[in-house]
Design a protein around this ligand. Structure first.
Ligand SMILES: [Zn+2]
Length: 172
């Protein structure tokens, strides 16, 4: 490639333009919302699930500190830890919300792999301690009609002695 100084002005302008097009696929507001989401507590879908569980008579602890991955909902009586996972950050397989941003593919690939590996490690650590684990994907909690249904599935599982359950709608 020619050094930048020798390129005609119009080509330089075009290059800047096309570069901008790629990097701005996700605008800054959306990006900061996405970044905030990863450590988000009391997100709306999680709150909805908690409310529904509470209505069914379950009592629980929240964001259990000191436990791997800080499960969102902990039901010691049932030996159960519940994670409400955002489909984007935790990579819900086959889910239409698990999109890949167009810009910086390597950055995202590393980020997603890190998140997924951490989730696997956390689940293994909890299982080792004798906890049972439920993963509820946020996409199942997006429609109000599905929230009660999801809570009911979770409630049924809590009363069994099955080790793990994953509740999610694969919507793609
Ligand atoms: Zn999903």
């Amino acid at each position: 490639m020619l050094p930048a100084g020798s390129l005609p002005q119009c080509i330089l302008a075009w290059r800047d333009f096309s570069r901008r097009q790629v990097t701005d696929t996700v605008d800054r507001q959306t990006r900061s919302r996405m970044m905030a989401g990863i450590r988000g507590k009391d997100t709306r879908p999680e709150l909805a699930l908690r409310r529904a569980l509470h209505r069914l008579g379950f009592r629980f602890r929240l964001h259990a500190k000191g436990l791997a991955g800080r499960p969102d909902i902990l039901l010691p009586r049932y030996g159960a830890a519940v994670f409400v996972h955002g489909c984007f950050w935790h990579r819900h397989r086959g889910c239409r919300f698990a999109t890949v941003p167009a810009s910086r593919p390597d950055f995202w690939k590393g980020k997603f792999e890190g998140n997924t590996e951490r989730d696997i490690r956390n689940r293994a650590a909890l299982l080792d301690l004798g906890w049972r684990i439920a993963v509820v994907w946020e996409c199942t909690l997006k429609e109000p009609a599905k929230i009660a249904e999801t809570a009911a599935i979770l409630a049924d599982w809590l009363r069994t002695d099955v080790n793990q359950i994953e509740i999610g709608t694969n919507s793609r």
